[in-house]
Each structure stands twice: as C-alpha cells, then as structure tokens.
Design a protein. Structure first.
Length: 304
C-alpha cells in the first residue's frame, strides 16, 4: 500500500528561477526597519518633494505670469495683450512644473517630452480650427484694430470689447449680452471700430412735405444744432436738400459730435426736430398714394 509519505516523495519539486528565489528570500527576511529604510523613506521623500515641487511651481507660474503681464501692460498699454501673454506664460510655466515633478518621481522626462511633441502634433492636426483661432488672435494683437473698451462690429456681431482670449473674443452688447466670437472669424471678416476716432458724424434724413417751407425747416434745424452743446461747430454741420422723394422732400443733416456723445445727441436732436416742426406747422408726410380716376368713373363702396 502506498502511503502519503511515499506520494510526497514521488511528487516532483517546483523549480523556481534564481531571481524569484532571491525575492522570496528578501521578503521572508524583511522586517519593519528594512521596509522603512529601503522603501518608505526613499520613495516617500521623493513623493513629498514631487508634491512640493508641483504646489510651489503652480504658485510661481501664477506669480511670474502676473509679473510678465504687468510688464506687458506698462510697455503696451493694452489690456488684451496683457491677458493673452499671461495665459501663454502661465501655460508654459505650468508645463515646466509638471515635467520637473515627473522627473523627481523618477520618470524619464526625455521620452515624455518626445511623447508630448508627438501628442501635440496629433492634437494640432485634430484641432486645426483652434490653431487657426490662436494664430488669428496673435495677428489681432500685432495689428491692434481695437482695444479693450472699444465698441466694434466684427464677425457679424457688435458690442463693447471685454477681453480677447487665446481662442475667443468676448463682446458685451448694448442690451448686456455676452457674445463669444472665434478669433479666426473676427480676423477673416471686416472690423468696424466705432470708438477709434475722437469724433463721429451723425447722419439724419428728415422728410418734409412738398407744401412745407424748406427754408423755415432748415432754419429750425440749424437753430437746434447751434443750441445743442454736444454738436461741434467745426466741422460745420451740413443741412441741405438731399433728395426729392415720391412723397416728400428729404433734408440731409450731418452734424459732428464727440464719439462718446453719439447716441445721446442723436436721440435728443430727433426729439427736438419733431417738436420744432410741429410748432412751425411743418408736416412730416406719411407714405401715401394719390389715386386719380377719370371724371366719369363712379366708385361704389360696400360695407362688408
């Protein structure tokens, strides 16, 4: 009869490679002191230093980006350029911080840089529109067709420039809406800057009936413009008959004002001219159609 001992003798022993045997031996002989000195202290120190590098690096990235932004603002007096440069500087400093942190953890950063370059190329091909917006933002900062606070019309929208980011232009409309326009669309389209020049011309067209006194109407308008403190005396306002329309005589009135007084002066003059025309009996005709019928023609009206 075969006993258990005999079966144990017949079972072949498990053969391990020398490396595995060495690891098993180290584990068996491992004590707390060895674990502390060989693993916890070295790798824990590296981890703590890496965390400290990342935290301090983020703080320094914000600090240096703000310093660079202030220097750009002092030299260029352009808040949009300041915001743009600060964003780029913060991103670059943060990237350096991440690489330094990974290097402290023992990761080969040279291969990481190559990986980032390859990933950047792939992302660049996938985000061509974003790169186009970035390039357009750089061109807008170089040519400076507008600055923060200007009222512009660009990309089919109009509003006050709030800020220009790396990819987007932010406008605030007159009814307090926030509009974001891609920089590529802004740069590719025409840009109208209403705030660039100190003065602007207001273009009015006042219709009066053919029966009204043209000279009297021109005198009323001239008096209103002369008494308005926002209307500039030079260049001298233009008041002239501009068109003989189908049912009215059109007076073209073109005063000059300071740019910041444009809207308020426009509204005020429209109201004053209407009141002045009413007092002088000068009529502003409605759109109308005169129908002439032969004398023998009879017209019958029926109630529906």
């Amino acid at each position: 009869m075969t006993t258990t001992a005999d079966k144990a003798k017949e079972t072949p022993e498990l053969t391990l490679p020398p490396e595995a045997k060495e690891i098993i031996s180290d584990v068996k002989n491992l004590d707390f002191q060895g674990l502390l000195h060989d693993w916890i202290i070295p790798y824990g120190t590296k981890l703590l230093i890496a965390i400290a590098i990342f935290i301090i690096g983020r703080y320094l990235a914000r600090f240096f980006s703000r310093v660079i932004g202030k220097a750009v603002l002092v030299s260029s007096k352009d808040e949009m350029l300041q915001s743009f440069v600060m964003s780029i500087a913060y991103f670059l400093f943060l990237l350096i911080t991440i690489i330094a942190t990974l290097s402290q953890l023992g990761i080969n950063t040279s291969s990481l840089v190559a990986l980032i370059g390859a990933a950047g190329l792939a992302i660049g091909l996938a985000l061509q529109n974003s790169l186009q917006n970035f390039a357009a933002g750089v061109m807008l900062l170089i040519f400076k067709p507008f600055k923060k606070g200007d009222f512009i019309e660009a990309g089919g929208k109009s509003g006050k420039v709030e800020q220009m980011g790396i990819l987007m232009l932010e406008l605030r409309t007159g009814d307090n809406k926030t509009v974001l326009i891609p920089n590529g669309k802004v740069f590719a389209d025409s840009i109208t800057n209403y705030s660039r020049n100190e003065t602007r011309r207001i273009d009015f067209i006042f219709d009066i009936s053919y029966e009204s006194d043209i000279e009297k109407a021109k005198e009323i308008i001239a008096q209103i413009l002369f008494e308005d403190e926002n209307v500039l005396h030079y260049p001298e306002p233009t008041i002239a008959v501009g068109n003989l329309a189908a049912s009215s005589v059109q007076l073209f009135v073109r005063p000059w004002v300071q740019t910041n007084n444009y809207s308020s002066t426009q509204f005020a003059i429209l109201e004053k001219v209407k009141i002045g025309f009413d007092k002088a009996g000068i009529s502003i005709p409605y759109n109308q159609l005169d129908l002439h019928l032969p004398a023998e023609t009879s017209v019958t009206f029926s109630k529906s």
